[in-house]
Design a protein around this ligand. Sequence first.
Ligand code: SF4
Ligand code: SF4
Length: 366
Amino acid sequence: MRSLVHLLIPALFLLSCSKSNHEPTVYFTKDITPEGFMKVYKQISKNLEGKVGVKVHFGEEGNTYYVKPELFKDIVLDCQGTFIETNVLYKSPRQKTETHIALAKQHGFTYAPIDILDDKGELVIENVPGCKHFNKFYYGKNIDEYNSFLIISHFKGHGSAGFGGAIKNISMGFATPRGKLAMHRNNYPVCDRDRCTNCDSCAQQCPANAISTNPFWIDVDKCTGCGKCIDVCPNKALRYPKGDVDVQTVFCERLAEYAKAIYDRHKKMVFINVLVDISTSCDCSRNPGKPFVPNIGILASTDIVAIEKASHDLVAKAHGCADPFLEVNRVSGYRQIQYAKILGMGEMSYRLFNLDNNQETVEISE
Ligand code: SF4
Ligand code: SF4
């Protein structure tokens, strides 16, 4: 009888919470192993049906921080998923389908089919309610062949977006090069010449041949604003204009709008964010910087805004400041989350359910 009471009290408590609160749940485990992935996946997998696209990042040549595919092999096999990606804008093996797939296989993405979504052309979406930056959006055409989506995102820093997580994974990650270019446009870096050693790394990586380095100069008529040069500069001499909050805000809002347009069309998406190897720069970078906080864990949710907010909160807590990406990248990515909420994609308040000890905490945000 006593044990029955012990079972009933927590169950009733959870039931009353779920009746009186509407915050979405974000599931968490510290266990960054295949078992940990399975633990969080089981909480959200019932939302997957039909042909499942698994959006991942295959990692750039030379980058070792992308989430290793053996960690989520069991869950991809469980949902019989197909790895989906799009080709990139800059010079890389990931610019062309054939070499993109070859790099993915080299990085261990061998146990499920791979579909480069824009290989057969573009899906154009027009006139999305609430969007102010775009009236046309360009995504990989094959996306409409899928019924539901498992979005696995490495949550880490990003030179021009502050951070990259689920919002960036479905915006930049589903967009064709034309869509990627539209998001990046007008984001021109500036150079601190006192730090620049004319090493030429940025010019070699610039996909638009927009940089001359002796002396340093960017041809703004050619620059696409991709931020690649910022990522590769070994001396942190390049950045988006200091204090130019407008440029950073607009870029974050563009990401959120691209995420919104595809999310409105394909609402059956579930999200896993992996807080491991949290580097200052992204998985597209050959020089992503060292992780600046210890590994944190894995999060899962059906709400993209809640999972991004929870991920940001956990990194902030680990770093001991409110906006860790503003500190390490001189760019806050927080507007991505705020604006996605304004666009109606989800909630910033959430219930964090720790699967390691079955404890729940509630985070209320405005
Ligand atoms: S942001 Fe940098 S790397 Fe990208 S196109 Fe402009 S100059 Fe080139
Ligand atoms: S990578 Fe940095 S240090 Fe090297 S030339 Fe470019 S701005 Fe200068």
